[in-house]
Write a protein of this length. Structure first.
Length: 337
């Protein structure tokens, strides 16, 4: 059952003090433009390839599915989110180390994937809670043994991610918002701006740092219900990545349209009303107008200025209640993908 507290949290998030940015009042209705475009499309894929793909040959080969299981187990059991940069670094480090890795370590990775697969319940069945707890405890112990004090390799990547979880970005009121949750929020901003402008965004470190003081001030001024959403932003972003990867072109277009509408309101651009039929070329035209109205720094800052509207737009784009984020926060993470 969905908690009324979570619904109230998103309503409060919608009403939270905003960073200085473009206003988000709805503009006057306007007809959709004629579909056209140059064919270029912002269309990221967060996880690529097939599980059985062999990345490194050998008596104990490294398969893509093994790395997928390791990443999923890490995020789920440690309750963290890996940014794309972190995940890429982690995968690369394991792959680079594999040819000279001791067989015992290879077997540990391989057995992890086997055990992980056994935990997945049959369609319609519930997961075994005791088995999940046993797996999480064993994995956590083994992970600590392999990463504690690591200064290089894949262990150092894991240690860095766990350190970000231990860092507190905004402490009061409870619950605290970790550095890892902030990293996820920033990655969500990059993704949403990419959709809204139909172009890849790679914010500079200066752009990231420029908005953080006001993001912290906004979080510090938020109540406990809103902070529960902020504190679990890494879970929300993991949900978004998985749903986006699984969606077909039509499903992705629905999310594009929901996010685009929100950004057009933020940019004070006309928002087509009524029964609007939009295709990818039409989306590209409307997104191009957003790109013309909001430069990269302003578009990036606007995500943090309007978190409630944009979180609601993402939920609506996935066919969920825009005022209830709990389905995107309270799921069983081990079986998200």
């Amino acid at each position: 059952m969905n908690s009324p507290h979570v619904r109230l949290a998103l309503v409060a998030l919608l009403l939270a003090p905003a960073l200085p940015a473009a206003a988000d009042e709805p503009s006057a209705p306007a007809p959709a433009p004629a579909p056209k475009g140059d064919g270029r499309m912002f269309d990221p894929q967060f996880r690529e390839g097939k599980a059985g793909e062999v990345l490194v040959e050998g008596e104990i080969p490294l398969q893509r599915g093994l790395l997928d299981a390791f990443v999923d187990a890490l995020e789920a059991t440690q309750d963290v989110g890996l940014t794309m940069a972190d995940e890429t670094a982690l995968r690369d480090e394991v792959e680079n180390a594999w040819p000279t890795m001791p067989d015992a370590e290879k077997r540990w990775f391989d057995q992890l994937a086997v055990d992980f697969d056994k935990l997945r319940p049959a369609p319609g069945a519930a997961a075994d809670a005791n088995a999940l707890r046993t797996f999480a405890a064993g994995f956590s112990t083994a992970l600590t043994e392999r990463t504690s004090g690591a200064k290089k390799g894949w262990g150092a990547v894991v240690a860095r991610v766990l350190a970000r979880k231990a860092d507190t970005f905004s402490s009061d009121p409870a619950p605290a918002v970790s550095g890892n949750a902030l990293d996820a929020f920033e990655e969500l901003a990059v993704f949403l701006v990419g959709i809204a402008r139909n172009s890849e965004l790679v914010p500079t470190e200066g752009q990231r740092l420029a908005v953080r003081p006001q993001v912290r001030a906004t979080m510090d001024a938020s109540g406990a219900l809103v902070r529960r959403v902020y504190a679990r932003m890494h879970r929300f972003v993991a949900f978004v990545k998985a749903r986006w990867d699984a969606a077909d072109e039509a499903g992705r277009l629905k999310l594009r349209w929901a996010v685009l509408q929100a950004f057009r309101r933020i940019a004070k651009l006309p928002v087509p009303q009524g029964a609007v039929v939009i295709d990818l070329p039409g989306y590209a035209v409307l997104a191009g107008e957003v790109a013309g109205a909001l430069n990269v720094p302003d578009a990036y800052a606007s995500v943090f200025a309007n978190p409630g509207e944009l979180v609601g737009a993402v939920l609506a784009g996935f066919g969920l209640d825009p005022k209830d984020p709990e389905p995107a926060l309270g799921y069983e993470r081990l079986f998200l993908r």
